[in-house]
Design a protein around this ligand. Structure first.
Ligand SMILES: [Zn+2]
Length: 222
């Protein structure tokens, strides 16, 4: 007899995919990891490769090391149009923001923007997908910032020009005001922090009171 799926089950599958978000294999009940959240997104083998960051950064909440199954899942989200991991990254970030920024309040939750060209190519901005699924109760504005051009040719520039090149690519969107606001900025992968720093500077120059970063993954220490 084929198993019929109820509406509630369909909804659960949307939130908790039945395939591992890293390797794409079906998650078998006997192979589910012990952790509640991981159990709904990863098979047991992939879950074992998940680790927490090996460094702490000031004003940055980042729950996952960009390595192993997490790296696979993030790459599927970024490059393979597989958005099934977005609720996982959002849930991990929520937990980390509550822990690391305990006692702090924010006025606006926003995200690092993507260029129009990359939006057209990918169809979505993965940082925005994550930010939109975070349930922290703050006002959300994922179009607070804009990115006017791509900054891919970074390796041709020295460190100072690199930072300037990045900073000049971001600006506050027309009609937005952040004066006196406490901002929580969501990003996908933090490596050098140059992108988040550039966005934070734009926000602070525009009058924001503070900027804290919530980045889903942190690359391993070099
Ligand atoms: Zn797996």
């Amino acid at each position: 007899m084929s198993k019929s799926i109820s509406g509630a089950e369909k909804l659960l599958n949307l939130v908790f995919p039945e395939k591992c978000i890293s390797c794409g294999e079906y998650i078998l009940d006997e192979n589910r990891p012990g952790d509640f959240l991981l159990a709904h997104f990863f098979c047991g083998e992939c879950a074992e490769t998940i680790t927490r960051p090996d460094r702490e950064l000031e004003n940055v909440a980042s729950p996952l090391l960009y390595d192993g199954a997490v790296k696979n899942a993030m790459q599927r989200l970024k490059f393979s149009s597989d958005i099934s991991s977005a609720p996982f990254f959002a849930a991990e970030l929520e937990r980390e923001v509550r822990a690391k920024f305990y006692g702090l309040e924010f006025d606006i939750l926003t995200c690092v923007p993507a260029t129009r060209a990359s939006l057209a190519e990918r169809g979505y901005n993965q940082s925005r997908l994550i930010a939109e699924q975070m349930r922290l109760g703050y006002e959300r504005d994922c179009e607070l910032l804009r990115k006017s051009r791509d900054t891919q040719v970074q390796h041709l520039l020295d460190a100072e020009h690199r930072q300037k090149n990045i900073e000049s690519a971001y600006s506050l969107n027309r009609g937005r005001s952040v004066v006196g606001k406490r901002i929580l900025l969501v990003d996908d992968i933090l490596t050098t922090g140059a992108t988040c720093k550039a966005c934070a500077r734009v926000l602070l120059f525009s009058g924001a009171k503070s900027v804290h970063i919530a980045c889903a993954t942190l690359t391993p220490r070099k």
